[in-house]
Design a protein around this ligand. Sequence first.
Ligand code: SF4
Ligand code: SF4
Length: 470
Amino acid sequence: MSTKIPVQQFDPNQPGSTDLYERRQKIQPRFVRGLFQHLRNAGAWLVLGLYFGIAWFNYHGRQALLFDLSTRRFYIFGWTFWPQDFILLAWLLIIAAFSLFAVTVFAGRVWCGYVCFQTVWTKVFLLIERWTEGDRNARMRLDKAPMTAKKFLRRSLKHLGWFAVALATGVTLVGYFDPIRSLWHEMKLNSLSEAELVWIFVFTVLTYLNAGFMREQICMYVCPYGRFQSVMFDRDTLIISYDHNRGEPRGNRKRDTDLKAASLGECIDCTLCVQVCPTGIDIRDGLQFECIACAACIDACDNVMDQMGYPKGLIRYTTENNLEHGKPIHIMRPRLFGYAFMIAVVSALFVFTLSTRKPIAIDVIRDRNALYRETSDGLIENSYVLNIMNKTQQTENVNISFSGLAKDAKMQGEHTIQLAPGEFRTVTETLEEDPEEIHERETDIDFKITEQNQPTVSVDSPSRFFAPSN
Ligand code: SF4
Ligand code: SF4
């Protein structure tokens, strides 16, 4: 017999009721100085420099990194890639994935803490926020204060700064898909196309929202890496941890307090490690999935330890085995060797594929309108469309030939063509054969293109020659 569960009305005002939806508390991280802050700054400047610099960098007269979607060609430092070169991209993605796994096994989420785009752009937005509204306490006071002319001015300056960075980010991102110099020129002439305007708008708004408002929520709820990285940790992974044995019992004290006599650990419970945390967690509660390993809490706590005259490292990079069992930090582990081996193998495959990649390519499509035709001279004729690509960034002269038919078979059409750098050309060729020489209804043939200057460089593409059945 089935029993119905009675539906109950939820009243949040009723005593004992708890709203299951927890509102997000705005996090106002405090600025911190220290060794890891310097490293984070170096990482951020490197990422920003590469992102904004490479877009404007020219190589051999062309934008060095350009994903030209309109012509489906990708220019990467002198190489031209086509969708047919997808395998190279696949190798690169596999190398990147294994590298990320290896780094995670070695030192946890260092990628997130130091060079992830979300972290870097949030850092830039926080910097603007600090310049315009002050550090944590000033910002919290400003949040609570009523709107005045001063508050309005500070808020406006902040949003203006955020918008400028978001716009520069959006334009640069579109500039990787649409040559950035012409994009900039069009912007100055106010003649951007509709598509360019839409994409710049989309990327600008996304950057503005992500780095200005979403911040740590992207790391906590959206980023898949943040969710699965913990399964790659082992007890020898370097993680940022609070030394519970050393720090507890925590409590307030004077600088020269005798810790033994006062039954205190070294944590003075100042909560600075919590105040600097960009995700708002307390590292003293143990390893948490929200931690992006930015090491801001290490800097904050080391400064406190210095002031108190205690040794640094109450919060530090360590391993679970070291912290809990006093075992030495053990970096070289079989898993890491396994990842290093896989990276070496896939890198070798990538280099091999790249170095043996032909600079020209051909793809043959048969004329679909007719299997064959008979000419006025009584010959059997088949037509083909040849898609020929020059993957290099130099002009290439190529010879077109075919094989598979009798010696007297002829090719009507161009026998030599000149291709501009990165050009894709469609050529129509017709093959004619004496019916006396044809013994099969279908004959396998090959079209071949050969570089004039380097006859050893050639590629071919198979097709078929059809004739009436005898
Ligand atoms: S910063 Fe250090 S001393 Fe201060 S609360 Fe955190 S762990 Fe304790
Ligand atoms: S707990 Fe420390 S390392 Fe983790 S996110 Fe917060 S400040 Fe960064």
